[in-house]
Design a protein around this ligand. Structure first.
Ligand code: HEM
Length: 348
């Protein structure tokens, strides 16, 4: 990560989404398939296109008779699907070959990535739990589609809210710098000490859940909710964005106040249904712990080493916080900030 941070040149604006995205992708790439794959650029490009398309409004969902209007889009999706299918196939095949080589050479002292573990589960008899070659390919896609844009969006919104609230920025930076000065080689096990940073991230996720409508559900049986009849088979969307801003549950709902979570048991683990940035129930986000660690580590580094200023003499209250409409809720105008190095990398 230091290599990445040292690419920031002092006083030149940094596009936060673009730069953080590279780190998120890097982290997920290493965890899922151990670093690089063949045709990685092609794989990532197709994946980003797919994430963008998830915000596409599908006309035929609402007016089935107009499905012919979606033909061009369907062709595009098919093209992306083919690229993703063949690249994930290669990833799994490569892992199978490497495992075979290791077995032949008797190598045991190796670091396993997620694909290795899934292949092992596929080969082993797991008491009825069956994983197929295709499901491993799908998990790879799920991890990338679910794990990169969301973490990056959370970091971008948190930085935006901090820039908008200089007193909160100062408080969180004081906590981070004090924790870092107490321990040489601060690592992810020390993140537990950053209590105020955790409140700041929670508050940013309350106002800006990266997946504002979660993932669609389908109603299994006809049921009644608040007097409305929901027919079996209906697609149901949960508006996590609106729940997080509902004045019935939140005092000063539109304000950014991390202290509201101080001493409160309200959390995003899926038990408090007014606060569900990771969803709830059995299909809630399986990457929650991984995601919070990534968000905390990246913010820790950005806030420890640098002061951040808005470019072109823009004042904090002039920052444009408009949201992009879509399945993922990014900043409409990407956040651009000027880094000023304060704590040299060699000091930590
Ligand atoms: C701040 C970051 C993240 C946020 C806000 C987030 C949010 C979500 C949400 C809202 C869902 C749908 C849950 C529902 O509808 O109840 C979801 C699903 C999912 N997420 Fe995350 N996510 C994040 C990071 C990650 C990471 C890092 C990974 C993995 C590397 C990941 C993997 C997944 C997967 C695989 C699903 C689909 C689960 C299923 O279909 O059962 N997510 N996430």
């Amino acid at each position: 990560m230091l290599e990445w941070l040292s690419t920031f040149s002092d006083k030149s604006p940094v596009k936060i989404f673009e730069t953080v995205s590279k780190v998120s992708i890097n982290i997920v790439t290493r965890a899922v398939f151990g670093g690089r794959c063949k045709r990685q650029d092609m794989f990532l490009k197709a994946l980003m296109e797919l994430v963008q398309l998830s915000s596409w409004f599908c006309l035929s969902d609402v007016f089935p008779s107009l499905s012919w209007l979606d033909v061009k889009m369907r062709r595009k999706i098919l093209r992306i699907y083919r690229v993703l299918d063949s690249t994930t196939e290669e990833i799994v095949q490569d892992h199978l070959e490497k495992q075979k080589q290791r077995e032949n050479n008797g190598d045991e002292d190796v670091e396993y990535d997620l694909v290795d573990i899934l292949i092992k589960t596929m080969k082993d008899d797991n008491g009825g739990v069956s994983i197929t070659f295709d499901s491993i390919k799908t998990v790879i896609l799920d991890m990338f589609a679910g794990g990169t844009d969301t973490t990056t969006t959370t970091i971008e919104w948190t930085m935006a809210e901090l820039i908008k609230h200089p007193e909160i920025l100062a408080k969180v930076q004081a906590e981070i710098r004090s924790a870092a000065s107490e321990k040489i080689d601060f690592n992810e096990n020390d993140l537990i000490k950053l209590r105020y940073l955790k409140l700041v991230i929670k508050e940013a996720m309350r106002l800006h859940p990266p997946a504002p409508l979660l993932l669609p559900r389908q109603c299994k049986d006809t049921c009644e909710v608040l007097g409305y009849s929901i027919p079996s088979g209906a697609r149901v969307l949960i508006n996590a964005w609106a729940l997080g801003r509902d004045p019935e549950y939140w005092t000063d709902a539109e304000q950014f106040i991390p202290e509201r979570f101080e001493g409160s048991s309200v959390d995003f683990k899926g038990n408090n249904l007014e606060f569900v940035p990771f969803g709830a129930g059995k299909r809630s986000c399986p990457g929650m712990d991984f995601a919070t660690a990534v968000v905390e580590i990246v913010l820790f580094k950005l806030l420890l080493h640098f002061e951040w200023k808005l470019p072109d003499g823009l004042k904090p209250n002039e920052l444009d916080m408009t949201e992009e409409f879509g399945a993922s809720c990014r900043m409409k105008k990407p956040l651009s900030l000027i880094p000023i190095l304060r704590v040299p990398f060699s000091d930590v």
